[in-house]
Write a protein that binds this ligand. Structure first.
Ligand code: NAD
Length: 491
């Protein structure tokens, strides 16, 4: 394991970013005046304080979104597209600055943060292109008696709730399609990483988004604040990305007013390597699938199922790559693996490893939190992981690869599907027929076949089972912010 030794001051001054609530185009403190502290997970130092919204502030944000809704829905799609495209270019212009900001508040390695900024900006460009392609359709009723006209209209005011692990991309993946479809919205980012959200709305305002179309609130009491908004009859959409537990709770809340819900929830991705795979390609894929974002991704490979005939070779190669990763403060150039986001995450990841070890797992590399400031856990490879180990059943959300051997195709499909989650699966084989046959049988919204990455703004991202409802990205993501209006007519 290597450590970054470069010492440099961050170029981003986190204290200079507006950190109040953004409501109706104005930055304002919360009605109670309370603030929340935001820390740098690499150093545990205070980065900034942000406004702590109460229920009344959430409702003020709904007021602002409601006041802007009619005009925004009527704004010509071409104009909406131009604003989104401008936001894309502004993000690209500020990419290095934004990446450093993300690394500072989230801890992820700068290279990962740069990747995120590009990915995030692409949602604005993609939905700029989609804004002018909201096509309906017309057909003749089978009886011949009338015409069926279908038009896609904005679903209405949208509440967008996002997690800390991709603070820019999870926001743009929702704001992009919401704005393209003609909806106004209220973004509620995670309190671990609010500064990126504030920087994003600043960019949107500069791109020409009218006052009230995008509002941002941060709160230490998301339960009551989001609940109040979901019980306001003006709100018609909830788009949530986060854990399955909170997702379930919000679905219950949303049911009272029968709110349209899109849910991007947790994952427990299997990473399957067959005996006929190109092992080096599988290792490259594993490094991306496991270590992008230091393992803090819903798409992170959680369970590695490796064919018994190549198990030892794969384990040795993966361990060599993992142990060579450079650990350091996320924002320092040269860091490959930054800290986890906070102390509870660190304790959770270590708890998973110790549980697996107590059930017989062997540690090839890592396996113990680092003795230094910040929430650092080293890249870890575990072999001989017992089937009842907690980390095979829960999201690890950290840099830990748990390897299990399998013998047959049938067996590994059953193992992969034995989970309440169904977000993504990874399959490595050089036999295309086998790859497609297995992909079809995996219970997942997405399959990466001989690849370590699925995320793409042009592709429908989302899960089956308890990994979520609906899709983000692609044209599908736009339709999530629309309602189909059917007009029956005769002429
Ligand atoms: P989380 O569920 O704890 O929080 C997500 C968001 O919900 C945050 O903004 C949080 O403040 C808010 N929240 C928490 N409790 C709430 C409540 N009672 N009412 C309303 N809002 C509430 O998740 P997290 O720890 O921020 O993020 C990690 C989780 O997100 C993982 O489970 C990960 O798999 C998931 N995730 C999923 C995707 C996807 O696309 N499927 C993408 C990224 C992350």
């Amino acid at each position: 394991m290597n450590a970054v030794t470069v010492i440099k001051a961050p170029t981003v001054d986190a204290g200079s970013i507006p950190a109040d609530l953004f409501i109706g185009g104005t930055w304002k403190p919360s009605s109670t005046g309370k603030r929340i502290k935001v820390f740098n997970p690499s150093t545990e130092e205070l980065l900034a304080t942000i406004a702590d919204a109460a229920v009344e502030d959430g409702i003020s944000a709904v007021d602002a979104a409601a006041a802007a809704a009619r005009d925004w829905a009527k704004t010509p799609p071409r104009r909406r597209a131009e604003i989104l495209l401008k936001a894309y270019y502004l993000m690209v212009e500020k990419a290095d600055w934004l990446a450093e900001l993300i690394s500072l508040e989230n801890g992820k390695a700068l290279a990962d943060a740069k990747g995120e900024v590009n990915y995030a900006a692409e949602f604005f460009r993609w939905y700029a292109e989609e804004a002018v392609r909201i096509n309906g359709d017309i057909s003749i009723a089978p009886s011949g008696a009338n015409r069926i006209i279908v038009q896609y209209q904005p679903v209405g005011i949208a509440v967008l709730v996002t997690p800390w692990n991709f603070p820019a991309a999870m926001a743009t993946r929702k704001i992009g399609p919401a704005l393209a479809a003609g909806c106004t919205c209220i973004l509620k980012p995670a309190t671990e990483t609010p500064l990126t959200a504030f920087a994003m709305v600043d960019i949107l305002a500069k791109a020409g988004v009218p006052n009230g179309v995008v509002n941002v609130i941060t709160t230490s009491t998301p339960g009551p604040v989001i609940s109040a908004m979901l019980h306001d009859p003006r709100v018609r959409k909830l788009s949530f990305t986060g854990s399955t537990d909170v997702g379930r709770r919000l679905l219950r809340e949303a049911s009272d007013c029968v709110i349209n819900c899109s849910m991007e929830l947790g994952g427990n991705a299997p990473f399957i390597v067959f005996e006929d795979a190109d092992i080096d390609a599988a290792i490259d894929g594993a490094m991306i699938a496991k270590m992008r974002n230091g393992g803090e991704a819903c798409t992170a490979a959680n369970r590695f199922y490796i064919h018994r005939s190549i198990y030892d070779a794969f384990a040795q190669k993966l361990s060599a790559r993992m142990s060579a990763m450079t650990i350091g403060d996320g924002w320092l150039p040269g860091t490959a693996c930054g800290p986890l986001v906070n102390e509870p995450s660190l304790k959770k990841v270590d708890g998973f490893v110790q549980d697996a070890v107590s059930r017989g797992a062997k540690v090839l590399t890592g396996g113990k939190a680092l003795d230094r400031k910040g929430y650092f856990y080293p890249p870890t490879v575990l072999t001989h992981v017992a089937k009842d180990s907690e980390l095979l059943h829960d999201e690890i959300f950290g840099p830990v690869a748990a390897l299990v051997a399998f013998d047959t195709e049938e067996e590994v499909i059953a193992l992969a599907n034995d989970t309440e989650y169904g977000l993504v699966s990874y399959v490595f084989t050089q036999n295309l027929a086998r790859g497609l046959r297995v992909s079809e049988q995996l219970d997942a919204g997405m399959v990466a076949l001989n690849r370590g990455l699925v995320s793409d703004p042009a592709a429908p991202f989302g899960g089956t089972k308890q990994s979520g409802l609906g899709r983000e990205g692609a044209h599908h993501g736009l339709l999530e912010f629309t309602e189909a209006k059917y007009i029956a007519t005769s002429w």
